[in-house]
Design a protein around this ligand. Sequence first.
Ligand code: ADP
Length: 447
Amino acid sequence: MFEKILIANRGEIALRVHRACREMGIRTVAIHSEADADAMHVRLADESVCVGPPPAGKSYLNIPQIIAACEITGAQAVHPGYGFLSENARFAEIVEAHGIAFIGPTAEHIRLMGDKIAAKKAVKDAGIPVVPGSDGGITDIDEAKKLADEIGYPVLVKAASGGGGRGMKVAKDAASFREAVETASAEALAAFGDGAVYLEKYLGQPRHIEIQILADQHGNVVHLGERDCSLQRRHQKILEEAPSPALTPEARAKIGAITRDAVAAIGYRGVGTIEYLYENGEFYFIEMNTRLQVEHPVTEAITRIDLVREQIRVANGEELGFTQDDIKFNGWAIECRINAEDPATFAPSPGKVTDFHAPGGLGVRLDSALYAGYAIPPYYDSLIGKLIVHGRTREETLLRLRRALEEMVVGGIKTTTPLFLELLEEPAFVSGDYHIRWLESWLAERN
Ligand code: ADP
């Protein structure tokens, strides 16, 4: 097993990786920017290396400095966490070229799934259902228009290199089609250096349901069920639950098996997530994420599998220690993303945390790098903690969530905690009957 792992990230996810390493007897190296010298991940790691000034482009994305940090400390593997360099194929390649293990899939798989047109074709060929649309990128606008007329409006124009909800345009009707293609392509070219766009049927009120996959390097693949991430604002997930309130055991087993078999056919290794939109009983692939996800703890809660530990084991060449039949789903889990933001306006609220009290008790997990006296720097994303609660039923989990939110104290800054307490009063949320556009309309009505 690796003796030392460098964690190329910050915040709660750096801590999360550190915890798995510690339990496996692996030493950890933290990297940090000048703004993060006092951060919890730096305090807890065995060693730390400053890799640059505060802006992420100069520190957490600084590949030469991170490689140098590996070499100085003798780290044998790199865990990229999520965000930053986690889905950067070049980084994975450079790490491996230095004889260091990348705890993630191969660079080829990262690259394939990063190109949404190529990804869609690859998964479709492997048996995964996709959103009806153009076969590949739009080359001829008149032909694309004919296809859009056939699919029926509204249609969605999406960028091949898009991400984070950017590079997407809805064409409401035939008259606005050309303009939608042109603006989406121009925006994608400006933002991602690639103007390629493709066409998809626009789904009105789907749920976002994703399947967690785990694969070793010996061809063994399991699925760990689904997460429902339909509570979104501006395409950003706010709260996730597992299982989904919308799926029957039969639907779960069916989409899980299709996803697992497709991932096996592609020859993928490590953890990965296939994201679907789900409407009227049908699944439609939207993308594959080739990394650990923010919301992985809800899956850990219902499967009792430590996903980071498994990631490290399979990166080291070990076989999965279990088969699909060994995986049993226990109870219900919900995660709230607590952000340092105004709960009404969502304006960022960095600054000094004067008081901090973490909720606890049965079925409560808080993944956070906060401590009293910590100053949240303004340079990075506003996620300051993930509250994950687990219960035997969804009802029990909702009651537990409320009491855990009420226990939590974060003084000195604003957080989104009150938003979740408000949501717990909403019949649509409490009954589990919501879709990807529900939160935004609820927020609009509330204001
Ligand atoms: P990104 O990589 O930018 O996150 P995705 O393909 O994952 O792009 O889509 C982001 C979000 O956009 C989805 O969660 C969903 O809300 C919406 N979306 C994507 N494809 C469609 C579609 N065909 N119809 C309706 N909404 C869609």
